[in-house]
Design a binder for this molecule. Structure first.
Ligand code: HEC
Ligand code: HEC
Ligand code: HEC
Ligand code: HEC
Ligand code: HEC
Ligand code: HEC
Ligand code: HEC
Ligand code: HEC
Ligand code: HEC
Length: 292
């Protein structure tokens, strides 16, 4: 059956003009390809059937033979598919462990070092839920954008990004991966920073402080007031002022409630933020109530 491998690779090699590979496989009889006789006919047929699709891998980083770490500088197709082309073939029928095994054998380091034990692993996701190997997209993603890849499962987040105030992910200015590492992190929620705030400070450094006058909730967690994905209240607020503020400051400026008759004259009809404009904290000597 060895001729089959040659045949298959040669067929692909011919069309892609990737003669090196066809030649290498053909001309090296010493190359150990044990178990090749187990290659089922169905694989041969399927490869022929979707040849164009299969071939796209030749334009991906995995086919870069000058890099000796790539599958194509190793044993080409069978590095991923196994000696009998049995692995990663019928992906709906395989367990996540089995699907991930070949990929992790080369990619477990670096960004994937927290894959094991991550919520995505725990939920039974596989690399192939987000990646497709026989394609030419950057980072071998399954779809053109992260909105599509991630949004296919995280429908709530996708709809957050459709709200009037949102981080510019749909516009392509930002990515989910500016804040999350989908392969897992040591911290919460796959965030790239150790904490929520550290993640935000990567880009909003001016909010880091330290401030002479700190506003406790901003110190603790930005998402107390902001939805990191999107909201109907600008700018990304969980609620509008005064409702937002009144969750914690009920009764301020008034002994009889914050709306209606009897309310402190200073507050009536005005936003808390008109006066308390430095809501994240301030270094102004007279900044105790975040007015300057
Ligand atoms: C980097 C790993 C990798 C390499 C190398 C690789 N494949 Fe694949 N292949 C996959 C994965 C993962 C799938 C599952 C579906 C997908 O991602 O497209 C797959 C799917 C397939 C399928 C089935 C597609 C379907 O939809 O039924 C065929 C046929 C196939 N590969 C042939 C080949 C051939 C021939 C080679 C060598 C030229 C090769 N593959 C090299 C990873 C690889
Ligand atoms: C034999 C080792 C090997 C195997 C097996 C392998 N890869 Fe790779 N992969 C590489 C190398 C080498 C690169 C290119 C260098 C780099 O980016 O680190 C790469 C690149 C990638 C990239 C980045 C592509 C880009 O555009 O930057 C992704 C994504 C990827 N591999 C996913 C996978 C997945 C998923 C699997 C399993 C289906 C897999 N790899 C199997 C070695 C391997
Ligand atoms: C939930 C979706 C998702 C899953 C599951 C996933 N990835 Fe990724 N992967 C991405 C996205 C998005 C990127 C591009 C952004 C980035 O670099 O983090 C990426 C990038 C990569 C890269 C190239 C950049 C780098 O970090 O080196 C490699 C290699 C890779 N993934 C391998 C894997 C392997 C191996 C698995 C399975 C253990 C896997 N991925 C599972 C979404 C995913
Ligand atoms: C195949 C479905 C699927 C895809 C695709 C997917 N996820 Fe997930 N994700 C899940 C499941 C299931 C969970 C665990 C249950 C939950 O929290 O909803 C999860 C959890 C998460 C969490 C919460 C983690 C935690 O530790 O609490 C984050 C963040 C996340 N995913 C980000 C992403 C990003 C970013 C992408 C795209 C790169 C992505 N996901 C793609 C299914 C998916
Ligand atoms: C600006 C940073 C940022 C971006 C961009 C971002 N996220 Fe998040 N995401 C967060 C933070 C912070 C949390 C934690 C929120 C919390 O704990 O209340 C989170 C939580 C999540 C969760 C877990 C939610 C839950 O309630 O359990 C999922 C799933 C998620 N994000 C998916 C995504 C997806 C998908 C994208 C891209 C379409 C994305 N995120 C883009 C910052 C971001
Ligand atoms: C990768 C960089 C990046 C990270 C990380 C990031 N942001 Fe942003 N943020 C942006 C960009 C870009 C904008 C859009 C600015 C604009 O439209 O002018 C923005 C806008 C905002 C806005 C709205 C500003 C406005 O005027 O409408 C808020 C609020 C905000 N971010 C909060 C957060 C929070 C909270 C976090 C952490 C969970 C966070 N950001 C993490 C880049 C980032
Ligand atoms: C107590 C509630 C609250 C907390 C906590 C909070 N913010 Fe805000 N943030 C606001 C309000 C209210 C506005 C709107 C201010 C305005 O309209 O003057 C705002 C506006 C912003 C803006 C856009 C305008 C600007 O000032 O640049 C960014 C960016 C921002 N916040 C980031 C953050 C980050 C990062 C954190 C965490 C360190 C954080 N916020 C924590 C209430 C909060
Ligand atoms: C999650 C709860 C929470 C939210 C929401 C919140 N705050 Fe605060 N705020 C606090 C806490 C806690 C303190 C510190 C109180 C203290 O030291 O007595 C504080 C302090 C203040 C102070 C200074 C009071 C003083 O005596 O030092 C002002 C002014 C203030 N907040 C205004 C606001 C405004 C305006 C909003 C809405 C944009 C808001 N806060 C939203 C919890 C909150
Ligand atoms: C017209 C300006 C103005 C508006 C509007 C305003 N405040 Fe104030 N606020 C002040 C001033 C001035 C002080 C400090 C003097 C004082 O103690 O009364 C203050 C003090 C506070 C304090 C500290 C209370 C204390 O006992 O020291 C809190 C909390 C506060 N405001 C919350 C709010 C909230 C919540 C809103 C919106 C519902 C709001 N403010 C609207 C001007 C304003």
């Amino acid at each position: 059956m060895r001729h089959w491998l040659i045949l298959m690779v040669a067929a692909i090699g011919l069309v892609t003009a990737n003669a090196t590979i066809a030649w290498e496989m053909d001309a090296d009889p010493e190359r150990p390809i044990r178990g090749v006789d187990k290659i089922p006919e169905v694989v041969v047929d399927r490869t022929a059937q979707i040849e164009e699709h299969v071939q796209r891998i030749f334009n991906s980083p995995h086919a870069f033979t000058a890099d000796e770490r790539t599958p194509f500088s190793d044993e080409v197709c069978i590095t991923c598919h196994g000696r009998g082309m049995e692995t990663l073939f019928n992906i709906e029928k395989e367990t996540p462990e089995r699907l991930n095994e070949p990929c992790l054998s080369c990619h477990e380091e670096g960004a994937r070092s927290h894959w094991k034990g991550s919520t995505h692993e725990f939920a039974g996701l596989a690399c192939v839920n987000c990646h497709a190997m026989h394609n030419e997209r950057p980072e071998l993603l399954k779809a053109d954008t992260q909105m599509e890849v991630c949004g296919s499962c995280h429908l709530d987040r996708r709809s957050d990004f459709g709200k009037p105030s949102h981080h510019p992910v749909p516009e392509g200015i930002m990515q989910c991966t500016d804040c999350h590492n989908p392969h897992g992190t040591p911290g919460l929620r796959k965030l790239v920073g150790h904490t929520i705030n550290e993640t935000c400070f990567n880009c909003h450094a001016e909010k880091r402080g330290p401030f002479l006058w700190e506003h406790n909730p901003a110190r603790e967690s930005c998402v107390t007031c902001h939805n990191p994905h999107g909201s109907i209240h600008r700018p990304l607020l969980n609620a509008r002022a005064p409702t937002l503020c009144q969750q914690c400051h009920l009764g301020t400026h008034s002994d009889v409630g914050l709306s209606g008759a009897g309310m402190d004259f200073r507050v009536q009809g005005r936003s808390c933020l008109n006066c308390h404009s430095q809501i994240h904290g301030t270094n102004h000597p007279r900044g105790r109530v975040f007015r300057e």
